[in-house]
Structure formats: structure tokens, C-alpha cells
Design a protein around this ligand. Structure first.
Ligand code: SF4
Length: 476
């Protein structure tokens, strides 16, 4: 089959990240559509012909998509969409159908995968919705279309006789090493991509594992099977990127990169031995690091770690089954800073039980621990999460999924209104950005790490722009 993969255009000029747990607008990052590159490689492996249009990355619009569809004349267009950019992203399907109604359209969005009926009801031009892991379900959908029996494709929702039906569950991919090298050659270049500030390019994101067995009640990937790639497979991809593009920076996009200490130790040793000279960043949990590991990571090129700290109140952490302590969070930040790593911490305001005193606990935590950077989100009851159940019960209301973004509260707690939570978010950013200690610590960091000067300068500009001009909307 001829398949055209599409990452839709930017939303109102704002870049969009359309990757599994992270399906959001993000004003200050442009990320390549890694999942589509993986799908591209999988489809090629089974003999399909693939093209890709990263409209978001190259800042192209729907006119260019129209031209691209006319040029490629695909049998199938597969595209990603997000909750808050839903109507905008669905124009992809409409553009395709306007060119030729016979072209099949299939969308991918993890955040809404538990409510395909509501999604497809509002997306008349999308024929199929890939609900489960795209690595497993997308190639099977293409194979089923080729064979003329789409109902045989597992892990999707489709239309049958005017009804929206879900097919049998797909078996998740077990061996993550079995995935071929993502089809990077489908991109014209890595030039447009960066995270947070346009420095350190060429840049890419990369999954070295997928899934998270932890059960945080607010998280859309909680309890998903963890699959890890070997050091060999990761090194292979890094060396390819270094050789072909001169890669300088990579964000390991895993949910919990350091889940296996042993794997990270081996990877660090190999990266050092290979003298790759690539700077890298990762996400993990506070209790999955220790001083020795962090020093090893730094020596292997790591320059920053993101921790999901969530709250400065133990009561709140316990209420969402975070299974870390406030002290572990504090310690992890200190250890990382001691190892000369930047620390990026995320917090959620408005989790069950939140009141002004627990908000204050979080503000106090931030002012004391002084992470290099922090993002403050408001709690969002995403469909399919335990938090959704807690907030809405079994028979929840029809959720307006277009409003599910962590910069504007849609629900409050028993003590705080949504307006209170938005105010708490503003207070948190203000507390950090007006802290003289925070500025001094970051200036001291740049003095120790002159290589970060360009990044730091652009980051400071970003803060000013985001805080003063955009009120921290569509960004962190
Ligand atoms: S640790 Fe918790 S918040 Fe982080 S990915 Fe896993 S379940 Fe989600």
C-alpha cells in the first residue's frame, strides 16, 4: 500500500507535540514525529511504500498538505491528533477526503484512546482510530486494509454499518529491540527540531523504553507494560544519528529512563567508551536515582534530568499513589545538582485533597529545592485514569476533551475552585521566577558550564516572553 504519514500543522502558529503521553501544544519546543518514523520503518519492513509530511516541524499549512496528497496519491493517510487541537488536526482527514474520498484515513491519539466513540462521532472524515500501541496496531491495520478486511485489524475503532465499533485488542509488542531503526530518512533534515530553546541542534527525541508499571492515578500511561531496549540497540541508533546528521543533543523520551539501573550503567559505560560526545536528557522518578548513578550519567553526556515531583505535600503524593516521599524528591534534586546536572521538575496543582496549605507546601518545596526549571500544571482528569474515576465516578459526564490541557483547570478540588487552581499556578511560576536565589543559582551554573551560555540566554528570553506575554499558556 502507499501510505502517507502526516504530523498536522502547528495550531494557531504554536508547535504541537503529538507523542503518546505528551499530546500538547508547546510554544517553545519543536519535536520530530518519532512515532511516525517508527511506523514508517515498520511499514517499509512489511513491503509498504511510505512518505511522510511533518507539517508541524517544517511549519507548513493545509494548502501544502493538499498539494502533498495530490502529489503522493496515497491509499492511506495516517496522522496524529491531540485533544486540545482536535478540530484543527481533523482538518487533515477533511483535506484528504476533499482530494479523494477513496483515500482511507486513520488517526492516532493515545490520550483519548478510551473514548473512541465520542472521538469518531466528532470526526466524520476519519475512517479508523488506532487505539492501542501504534507499534503493534498500525502495521496490522495496513496489512488488513491490503487484504480487504479491516475488521480483522486489532486495536482500532472503525465504522461498520453506521456504527462505531472496536475491534479485538491488539497484542502489545513484547520485544522493543525488534523494532527497526526509525525511518529518519523520511525527514528532509533534523534542522527544525529543538526542546525548550533553539540551542544544541541537531536534536532528536528517542524512546529507549516504553511503558510504565507505576500507578500514579493522574497519568494516562500508568500501568502500561514496560519494554526496554538494549544498550546495543540504543547505541546503534545514536551512532547512526551522529554519523548521518552530526547529532548533538537527544532527549530520551522514556517515561522512566532509569527504571533498570543496570541498563543505564551499561549504556553510560558504552557511551563513554564510544566517545559519542552527545548531550542527553531523560525523565525519571526521584527514587530511581542515586549519587553514583547520576555522576555516571553526567560522565556519559547527560546534562539534565526531569523528575515528576508533583507536590510538596506528602498527603497529596499519597492520595495519587505516587509512591515517593517529599524527602526523596528533595534528595534527588540535590544529588543531581551535586552531579552537575540540570534538574527539571514538574508539579501538579489540584490533585485530590489540594487546599491552600498544600499549595503552600509545594511553593515552599520549590523555593527550597530550587530546581533549574519547573513546570506547574493544573490537574486534568484524563479519560481512562483513576483520577477521572475519582472526579467523575463511573458514569462521568460527557467530557469536552478539547479542554483537557494542563494550563487551565476544568475541575477544582473540594477546597479549591478551578479559578483558585489557575491562580495557584500563576503564584507558583511567580515564586520561582522572582526568586533571587533561583536566578543566582542558575547564573552560577552557567559560570561553571560555559557551554550552556547560549541555551541559558535563550531560556531566559523564553521565560520573559512566556511569563510576561503569554501568561504561561500553551507552554511550560
Ligand atoms: S511514574 Fe507515574 S507519572 Fe510517571 S509515567 Fe509512570 S505512572 Fe506516569
Amino acid at each position: 500500500m502507499k501510505v502517507l504519514l502526516v504530523n498536522p500543522p502547528r495550531f494557531e502558529g504554536i508547535p504541537v507535540i503529538r507523542e503518546e503521553r505528551c499530546e500538547i501544544t508547546e510554544r517553545y519546543s519543536v519535536m520530530e514525529p518519532y512515532s511516525l518514523l517508527q511506523i514508517g520503518a515498520l511499514l517499509r519492513r512489511q513491503g509498504d511504500e511510505v512518505a511522510l509530511m511533518d507539517m508541524n516541524g517544517f511549519d507548513l499549512g493545509y494548502e501544502e498538505l493538499d498539494a502533498g496528497v495530490r502529489e503522493h496519491r496515497p491509499d492511506l493517510v495516517m496522522f496524529r491528533f491531540t485533544p486540545t487541537t482536535f478540530d484543527w488536526d481533523m482538518r487533515t482527514a477533511s483535506v484528504v477526503k476533499a482530494v479523494d474520498r477513496g483515500i482511507v484515513t486513520a488517526g492516532i491519539c493515545w490520550t483519548l484512546h478510551t473514548m473512541p466513540e465520542a472521538v469518531m462521532k466528532d470526526a466524520p472524515d476519519m475512517d479508523h482510530y488506532i487505539l492501542q500501541d501504534y507499534e503493534a496496531a498500525a502495521p496490522l491495520l495496513v496489512a488488513a486494509l491490503r487484504g480487504g478486511d479491516v475488521n480483522g485489524a486489532p486495536g482500532i475503532a472503525t465504522r461498520l454499518g453506521g456504527e462505531i465499533v472496536r475491534t479485538a485488542p491488539a497484542t502489545p509488542l513484547k520485544d522493543y529491540d525488534s523494532l527497526p531503526m526509525p525511518a529518519y530518512d523520511l525527514l528532509p533534515s533534523l534542522e527544525p527540531y529543538f526542546v525548550t530553546a533553539p540551542a544544541g541542534r541537531p536534536y532528536t527525541i528517542m524512546y529507549t523504553s516504553k511503558g510504565c508499571p507505576f500507578k500514579c492515578s493522574f497519568c494516562t500511561v500508568a500501568g502500561t507494560p514496560l519494554r526496554m531496549r538494549s544498550a546495543d540497540s540504543i547505541l546503534n541508533e545514536l551512532k547512526y544519528l551522529k554519523g548521518r546528521y552530526g547529532l548533538r543533543t537527544v532527549s530520551f523520551y522514556d517515561e522512566t529512563f532509569t527504571f533498570s539501573r543496570e541498563r543505564v550503567v551499561e549504556l553510560c559505560r558504552r557511551m563513554k567508551d564510544e566517545d559519542l560526545n552527545v548531550r542527553w536528557y531523560c525523565n525519571t522518578r526521584a527514587q530511581l536515582v542515586d549519587p553514583e548513578l547520576l555522576r555516571m550519567m553526567r560522565a556519559a553526556g547527560c546534562r539534565g534530568v526531569s523528575f515528576g515531583i508533583e507536590s510538596g505535600s506528602q498527603r497529596i503524593l499519597d492520595s495519587v499513589e505516587k509512591r515517593i516521599t517529599v524527602e526523596q524528591g528533595r534528595q534527588a534534586i540535590k544529588w543531581a545538582k551535586d552531579a552537575r546536572l540540570k534538574t527539571f521538575c514538574s508539579f501538579i496543582l489540584g490533585l485530590p485533597g489540594e487546599d491552600w496549605s498544600t499549595v503552600q507546601d509545594t511553593l515552599d518545596f520549590v523555593k527550597e529545592a530550587l530546581p533549574t526549571s519547573a513546570q506547574f500544571n493544573v490537574a486534568v482528569p484524563y479519560p481512562g485514569t483513576k483520577l477521572y474515576q475519582q472526579v467523575h465516578g463511573d458514569n462521568g459526564p460527557d467530557v469536552d476533551f478539547r479542554r483537557l490541557y494542563q494550563d487551565d483547570a476544568v475541575v477544582g478540588t473540594e477546597h479549591l475552585t478551578p479559578e483558585d487552581l489557575n491562580k495557584a499556578r500563576e503564584m507558583a511560576y511567580k515564586a520561582l521566577y522572582t526568586s533571587g536565589r533561583w536566578w543566582r543559582a542558575n547564573i552560577a551554573h552557567v559560570a561553571r558550564e560555559p557551554a550552556d551560555l547560549n541555551l541559558a540566554f535563550r531560556y531566559a528570553l523564553k521565560i520573559a516572553n512566556n511569563y510576561l506575554l503569554h501568561g504561561m499558556k500553551h507552554a511550560h
